[in-house]
Design a protein around this ligand. Structure first.
Ligand SMILES: Nc1nc2c(ncn2[C@@H]2O[C@H](COP(=O)(O)OP(=O)(O)OP(=O)(O)O)[C@@H](O)[C@H]2O)c(=O)[nH]1
Ligand SMILES: [Mg+2]
Length: 643
């Protein structure tokens, strides 16, 4: 459980944490010298039982608001500090806005330096605070007067924080491990240590993790949670991880990086999000507005692309696309804050929706439906909505990854949603049952129509069929879908073509007429040595290409087989020749026969006889052992009238 301070410079945040915990968060020499906080400070308050309250102390200086934003992301309880002498000041308001934009749900307000104020003044500042917090998540929370100098109210505040922490309970450790790095250092004899808040999941000693976005792999050598050596760190813990691995060094990891379960690593620089512009902003924002994005402990330059309307008015919300200067590691529904480029004010913030948003076609109705589905808090409901939003096809792996869902939770979600899932390599492509039905019915209907319109075409090109199908599946998934029980047996893949199983090729009337003139030339005495394409063309005074096309087509329909280039035999003749070969084999020693023996029966010349046998070899009907061949009896009906 982590308490994070917030409030204007010099209002007594660090002093208060020291009074509450006995720890001075200002570690840096410069901090001591200047009496201001520059970087995040950390302190721990071990309670009687196994429970430790962690504190993150942030700087109040207006130049360090980015550091405050990094510290505030991942805290459970806000401790907003307002000095009784000074009252509500600019960074009181800005920090308050940031806490609210980050959806920090719990908090208490400390009215510090109470020793310096009269009861009237205290009442006055209370009223200022009530006004400032109205409508925020800290609206109505208790305001406790304290003095770090005299000790007034410190014990009461400490007790209230402990009660708050106990009431909010453990954060659910469900989900995959993510830690937002806020410090990196080396300890002699130990090595590289990173610290940060665990945003989700658990981490164990010996776990393999990744630094994202860099992608560096590391092993957790040891870990501390709330300053104690432990075997496991959980969501809501402040952890220090001792990391080891190739390329792992103090300079290779930075504040803003995430340490993640390797499954989650998918850096992104283009995110669709819901943005709220603070009501106090002086101007609306327009297209391509430049800003600083704060997410977790990261800060990165960003451009805002409006996805609704041409400008976003102060106080309003809109879907936007955030185009980042460099990739970050994030999860769907993570909160973010936007500040202006000169880092003077906080402008707004919101939640991430689609982490891998398209750069084109981003304002369509389809995209709007998808973003609405991403926005749903409950993962199961969100998945149901996504599967019912165009394109009606989702990679479940990407969904689980972007939501940082644990394998167990995700399996439960998939079991309850029960979509149709196609496992295609790295992807788990899912459709809901209704859209799968639509896909199956549409595909069968499309093929039926195609065959009716093109009776003499073998089938539809697979890629053409895929792109015409609704929903449109990715290529690998489409190929697998054709083998699904709902389609297998009804559609047949024929090389690059797909056809209905019931479809058989038919000659068009013109081709039929041509064929009637060609067929007699291949039959009777000529059948074992039929004319080649050129000879047929000569005989009929037709162009050679026309005859070749006709013969190729006749081969597809199963009327002829192309034994050698441009040399077609009637299918019935091929069958007859195969039976002859079988007979020759039956009469030979060991069933092995020579090409000469075969040629003698057909009387068609050595070259042609060998071409026929080589054709049989290719079909697997004969087995060639040098000069001798054997028959494979199980293929004897390959050219029979049934096929
Ligand atoms: N009289 C009085 N002085 C206080 C009290 N708390 C803090 N101070 C003084 O106020 C000054 C600022 O206190 P800090 O705790 O450093 O303030 P801070 O909010 O941490 O300041 P930044 O981190 O720089 O924003 C110091 O000189 C403190 O001694 C208090 O309760 N009473
Ligand atoms: Mg301080």
């Amino acid at each position: 459980m982590i308490v994070g301070t917030a409030g204007h410079i010099d209002h007594g945040k660090t002093s208060l944490v020291r009074a509450l915990t006995g720890v001075d968060g200002d570690r840096l020499k410069e901090e001591k010298a200047r009496g201001i906080t520059i970087d995040l400070g950390f302190a721990y308050l071990p309670l009687d039982d196994d429970f430790t309250l962690g504190f993150i102390d942030v700087p109040g200086h207006e130049r360090f608001v980015h550091t405050m934003a990094a510290g505030a992301s991942g805290i459970d309880i806000a401790l907003l500090v307002v000095a009784a002498d000074d009252g509500v000041m600019p960074q009181t308001l800005e920090h308050l806005a940031i806490l609210d934009l980050l959806h920090v749900e719990r908090g208490l307000i400390a009215l510090t330096k109470a020793d310096l104020a009269t009861p009237e003044r205290l009442a006055e500042v209370r009223a200022q605070i009530r006004e400032a917090t109205a409508g925020t998540r800290l609206d109505g929370v208790d305001i406790l007067p304290v003095s770090s100098t005299t000790g007034l109210g410190i014990d009461a505040l400490r007790q209230r924080l402990v009660d708050e922490a106990r009431a909010s309970g453990e954060r659910s450790a469900d989900g995959r491990f993510r830690l937002a790095v806020d410090r990196v250092f080396t300890l002699s004899g130990i090595g590289v240590v990173v610290t940060g808040t665990v945003l989700s999941g658990e981490v164990h000693v010996k776990d393999q993790v990744l630094i994202s976005p860099s992608g560096l792999g590391a092993r957790v050598r040891s870990l501390h949670a709330q300053n104690r050596q432990v075997e496991v760190g959980r969501a809501g813990d402040r952890c220090a991880l001792n990391l080891a691995g190739d390329g792992i060094s103090k300079d290779a990891i930075h504040r803003g990086d995430m340490v993640v379960d390797p499954f989650l690593h998918a850096p992104t620089d283009r995110i669709d999000a819901r943005l709220h512009l603070l009501p106090g902003e002086p101007r609306p924002i327009g297209q391509w507005f430049p800003a600083r994005l704060h997410h977790g402990s990261a800060e990165v330059g960003a451009r805002v692309v409006l996805l609704e309307g041409e400008q976003l008015l102060p106080g309003r919300d809109a879907d936007v696309q955030l185009v980042l200067d460099r990739p970050i590691a994030a999860a769907t529904r993570d909160r973010f804050v936007l500040r202006d480029v000169s880092a003077r004010r906080t402008m707004g913030g919101g939640a991430f929706l689609d982490l891998h948003a398209p750069s084109r076609q981003r304002r369509t109705a389809e995209r709007e439906a998808q973003r609405a589905a991403f926005a749903i808090a409950d993962a199961t409901t969100s998945l149901v909505a996504l599967l019912d939003a165009p394109p009606f096809v989702r990679d479940l792996r990407a969904f689980a990854r972007d939501r940082a869902l644990s394998a167990v939770t995700f399996d439960q979600i998939v079991a309850s949603v029960d979509p149709l899932v196609i496992e295609a390599g790295d992807e788990r492509v899912a459709l809901n049952r209704a859209h799968w039905r639509r896909f199956v019915d549409g595909l069968l209907e499309r093929l039926g129509t195609f065959h009716a319109e093109n009776p003499d075409v073998q089938g539809m090109g697979r890629e053409k069929l895929r792109t015409a199908s609704q929903p449109k599946l990715p290529p690998a998934a489409f190929a697998l879908a054709l083998q699904h029980a709902d389609l297998a047996g009804r559609v047949v893949r024929d090389g690059a073509f797909v056809r209905l199983a019931s479809h058989s090729l038919q000659l068009s009337p013109e081709r039929e007429a041509q064929w009637q003139r060609v067929a007699p030339l291949l039959a009777e005495e000529a059948r074992f040595r039929p004319p080649r394409v050129r000879d047929i063309a000569d005989a009929l005074s037709r162009p050679e290409t026309e005859i070749r096309q006709l013969m190729k087509f006749a081969a597809r329909v199963g009327l002829v087989d192309e034994i050698a280039h441009d040399h077609f035999f009637l299918r019935a003749t091929v069958h007859e020749m195969l039976l002859i070969a079988a007979d020759v084999a039956a009469q030979a020693d060991d069933g092995r026969f020579t090409a000469a023996q075969f040629r003698d029966r057909l009387d068609n010349g050595r070259k042609v006889a060998i071409q026929i046998l080589e054709f049989f070899d290719r079909q697997g009907v004969t087995l060639n052992h040098g000069t001798l061949r054997r028959i494979q009896p199980r293929y004897l009906d390959l050219f029979g009238s049934g096929s």
